[in-house]
Write a protein that binds this ligand. Structure first.
Ligand code: MLT
Length: 265
């Protein structure tokens, strides 16, 4: 399906099994698209209406002028839910998708039935991290290419065992990223650099919360994952032992199972 935001941006989403009453939204991270959730979208559709948006500037959604604030991306998700007649949903986000899920939770608290971070973090960027994002965005725009993102980010995203044990995952991840337009990636990077911390809202989100983290994730240490979960009144941590930053692709069955359990909480 697709909807159009007020500024004319086309927001695309894959929607599986519209007839179910329970809805789950799976929001992809950067620099990906909804395709990362292929395995979960199909499996969860047996019990829920599964909505996988392409955030603006990614996948089949169109680009708009950046930066893409997390609040703008969250409003796009709300627009999709409105169009589907879904008032309340379980919201899962991968990394940048987690920042969007948290912005959604701040803006539309009553619409969040459950929260999953697969994985993601609460804090904002340090000034150094924000600067590195802006430099990468500048480079993408200068070179008019997504390759600077591919080079600087993708090799760090997988568990050391994934290339040998699941080469197809690596191939698929690169393919998904390379389909994205450079301008959308730059705008998302600038938006992430501007995001505020979500540490203040965790204790008020009294809904079933799960963090599904990779034991070999170079982007999120286990201690930080544990600390984040501890801030939520009903937080749980599930560790995928053979995953880096993309557990939904590196250990798809485990993530599906964890999401199933979370949806029945
Ligand atoms: C992501 O996977 O969405 C990014 O790693 C998020 C980030 O860079 O903070």
């Amino acid at each position: 399906m697709q909807v159009f935001a007020e500024d004319g941006t086309r927001i695309h989403a894959r929607v599986n099994e519209r007839q179910h009453v329970n809805a789950v939204v799976l929001i992809h991270g950067f620099p990906f698209s909804e395709s990362i959730w292929e395995a979960q979208a199909d499996a969860l559709a047996r019990d829920a209406c599964v909505v996988c948006p392409d955030l603006r500037g990614a996948g089949k959604s169109s680009e708009s002028e950046g930066p893409y604030l997390m609040e703008t991306l969250a409003a796009d998700v709300a627009l999709l839910l409105d169009a589907l007649g879904i008032e309340r949903a379980s919201i899962a986000g991968h990394s940048m998708g987690g920042y969007v899920a948290l912005a959604f939770a701040r803006m539309f608290t009553e619409r969040v039935a459950r929260l999953a971070l697969v994985p993601s973090r609460l804090r904002a960027d340090t000034p150094k991290e924000a600067e590195a994002r802006r430099e990468l965005a500048d480079r993408i725009e200068r070179e008019e290419s997504i390759e600077p993102v591919v080079e600087s980010m993708l090799p760090r995203l997988f568990a050391p065992s994934t290339p040998a044990e699941r080469p197809i995952v690596i191939e698929r991840a690169y393919e998904i990223v390379r389909r994205n337009a450079p301008a959308g990636a730059a705008a998302a990077l600038r938006g992430m650099a501007l995001r505020s911390s979500a540490e203040d809202i965790a204790e008020d989100l009294d809904v079933p919360m799960v963090m599904i983290a990779g034991a070999r994730d170079a982007a999120l240490a286990q201690e930080e994952a544990r600390e984040i979960v501890g801030r939520f009144p009903r937080g749980r941590l599930i560790v995928c032992e053979q995953s880096g930053h993309l557990p939904m692709m590196e250990e798809p069955e485990l993530v599906t199972q964890a999401l199933h359990e979370w949806l029945s909480e």
